[in-house]
Design a protein around this ligand. Structure first.
Ligand code: DC
Length: 237
């Protein structure tokens, strides 16, 4: 893999740290592509539930992904900024955020061959043009040459409050206690897995969003991008 000729911004961090909101708004502001890679792992989790594929069966999951004809259509006009289509049908955001999907997605994302398949698709999308990509391993594995890498964190309390608001908007009602447990368990699985665990890239800027809102985080990252462009850091936006 060689350094990109266009701008790549990687935003990684734990569940509900605000990555997707920040990444989406930043992409809108810079008029560049946006992709939430968590939605891709969630899509595979949904397909596994639909087909009763065992979340521990790595080979079956890879076959399921390869055979499902999943298409990611970048669409700045859709609320998510992209649409995910499998078998000719768009998958609804509420399905991707459902408890059932959330309960198995970290197990599915821990399989190395599943990750290889999804990372291939993610790199294909990044090759289309300047991009903001959100996930867990974007700066470390998917786009290691990204010119801007952000590791976005927030306290568990702030993340629980954010996730609850996000889920209520998607029509899902879960108690704060249950959400805290779910987030801490997903953090543990994402950090402790052997394949591409959640760790900051050594060259990532760490931003704590516990007490600042998404627009302030976006402004901070936009400033980092501007400085890089001023310094002529090889960025063609
Ligand atoms: O960001 P999210 O909560 O929608 O992510 C869902 C799961 O997918 C999360 O538990 C970890 C996994 N994931 C991953 O392993 N690598 C990514 N690049 C994005 C998400």
């Amino acid at each position: 893999m060689s350094p990109p000729s266009h701008l790549q911004i990687a935003i990684d961090g734990p569940a509900a740290s605000g990555k997707t909101t920040v990444a989406h708004r930043l992409a809108d502001r810079l008029h560049i592509l946006y992709l939430d890679t968590g939605a891709m792992y969630r899509t595979l989790a949904h397909l596994a539930l639909q087909t009763r594929t065992d979340a521990d069966n790595e080979g079956a999951l890879v076959r399921l992904w390869d055979g499902a004809g999943v298409r990611i259509e970048l669409d700045p006009n859709s609320p998510l900024g992209f649409r995910i289509n499998a078998g000719g049908r768009d998958i609804d955001e509420r399905i991707l955020q459902s408890n059932e999907v959330t309960a198995i997605v970290s197990t599915i994302a821990a399989h190395p061959r599943v990750r290889e398949a999804l990372v291939r698709s993610q790199r294909d999308i990044a090759a289309r043009g300047p991009v903001v990509m959100a996930g867990r391993d974007i700066g470390t594995v998917v786009l290691p040459f990204a010119q801007v890498k952000i590791f976005l964190t927030a306290s568990v309390e702030a993340r629980v409050a954010r996730r609850r608001a996000q889920l209520l908007e998607a029509g899902v009602d879960i108690s704060i206690h249950q959400l805290a447990q779910e987030i801490e368990e997903r953090d543990r699985l994402d950090r402790e897995r052997a394949a591409s665990p959640l760790v900051p890239a050594p060259d990532a800027h760490a931003i704590d969003s516990s007490t600042i809102d998404a627009d302030a985080v976006v402004a901070e990252i936009a400033e980092i991008v501007r400085n890089l462009q001023r310094e002529g850091g090889g960025v063609i936006a």
